[in-house]
Design a binder for this molecule. Structure first.
Ligand SMILES: *[C@@H]1O[C@H](CO)[C@@H](O)[C@H](O)[C@H]1NC(C)=O
Ligand SMILES: [Cu+2]
Length: 156
């Protein structure tokens, strides 16, 4: 039985799809959002964060904000300059690099009151299975042969 081009596409997609890591979106605090009086350590405890996933911080504009800080500032609740704050009320952070990531609220004493989140971002566990795109070695520019002997440079 011959497969139509469309069927082939479906077959190929079916083979490759399960191996493509699907980026997840994490709404920090779920329905509670980014606020005080919520246990973000417990929230994060049962979750696995991977490169490519997205954190979404939801809060009323002006009531909170988001600073990405290092572990030291996280522990001591040292608030960075206001210019570094995310403050849209719907801040999306793409987790691009594996490792530990720390986020705090810089409004009043919210950080000390527990409005802080630390997560560990895992590298993508599933390596891409798509064949690597060929990277042809740069070929030196060839002199164009005379009429009748022209060969495309790309085949050299
Ligand atoms: C952590 O961040 C603070 C404030 O931004 C900075 O002063 C300090 O040097 C940083 N510490 C490390 C270990 O990077
Ligand atoms: Cu806050």
């Amino acid at each position: 039985m011959a497969l139509s081009p469309l069927s082939m596409l479906v077959v190929i997609a079916t083979i490759f799809l399960p191996s493509v890591a699907v980026a997840k979106e994490f709404v920090v605090g779920d329905g509670h959002g980014w606020t005080i009086g919520f246990d973000y350590a417990a929230w994060a405890a049962d979750k696995t964060f991977q490169v490519g996933d997205v954190l979404v911080f939801n809060y009323a504009v002006g009531e909170h904000n988001v600073f990405k800080v290092n572990g030291t500032a996280f522990q001591s609740c040292t608030i960075p300059p206001a210019s570094e704050a995310l403050s849209t009320g719907n801040d999306r952070i793409v987790l691009a690099i594996p490792g530990r990531k720390w986020y705090i609220c810089g409004v009043e004493d919210h950080c000390s009151a527990g409005q802080k989140l630390v997560i560990t971002v895992q590298p993508q566990t599933l390596p891409p299975t798509l064949p690597p795109s060929p990277t042809p070695a740069p070929s030196p520019r060839q002199h164009r042969p005379h009429f009748g002997r022209w060969v495309p440079n790309i085949f050299h």
